[in-house]
Design a protein around this ligand. Structure first.
Ligand code: ZN
Length: 201
């Protein structure tokens, strides 16, 4: 049995933090200690922000983004170009493109990539919804901003085939990036350049 150094409440905080991406047990302990030491300045606002997010966060029924309203802020924004749609794997990719101001059209979040190895089939992703959105008309260009992984490219190929009977032109984000690079980790300049240099499928 491991020796206890804190009460169960602090232990639970450490364990929850340790599940965050990029945080192992050691950094989770450091983060927990930092939060506890700065109770009023950090722990209290974090707890209330987390509670508020828990109560209000929802998935956009249009694009799959996460927000506190449905349709989401982006789908509701009248300034966005409604004739173009950027398809991404995950919400993190959408946020990366937004941070880089690389896209001003609509988005569609697939929720992953096709993968024979992991048993991810087209019906496991938001592909039918994507086809339905394009079939509604009004979208002239679809940009597939999937990652430069085998799964990402397989998914792009599948979507291109599925959308081919429809009117929209399809292009792909130009990747001057290593295979396996995730959009979320790319610099903002790279993302913007990749979007500008997109190629027709
Ligand atoms: Zn949305």
């Amino acid at each position: 049995m491991t020796r206890r150094t804190t009460g169960p409440e602090i232990e639970r905080l450490i364990q929850a933090l340790a599940k965050l991406p990029g945080l192992g047990p050691r950094s989770a302990r450091r983060a927990a200690l930092h939060l506890i030491k700065n109770r009023d300045k950090l722990l209290v606002p974090l707890a209330s922000a987390a509670a508020e997010a828990r109560d209000k966060v929802t998935v956009c029924s249009e694009c799959g983004n996460v927000d506190t309203i449905d349709p989401c802020t982006l789908c509701n924004d009248p300034r966005r170009d409604r004739s173009s749609m950027c398809v991404v794997e995950e919400v993190g990719d959408l946020w990366a493109l937004e941070r880089a101001s690389a896209w001003s059209g609509l988005y569609h979040v697939l929720g992953g990539t096709l993968s024979a190895a992991e048993g991810v089939r087209p019906e496991d992703l938001s592909i039918a919804k994507l086809i339905a959105r394009i079939a509604e008309g009004g979208i002239k260009e679809v940009v597939l901003a999937v990652n430069a992984t085998v799964e990402g490219q397989t998914t792009a190929h599948y979507i291109t085939e599925q959308l081919s009977p429809l009117k929209a032109s399809i292009s792909r984000l130009a990747h001057g990036v290593p295979v396996g690079g995730e959009l979320d980790y790319l610099g903002e300049g790279t993302l913007t350049a990749g979007m500008r240099a997109r190629r027709p499928c």
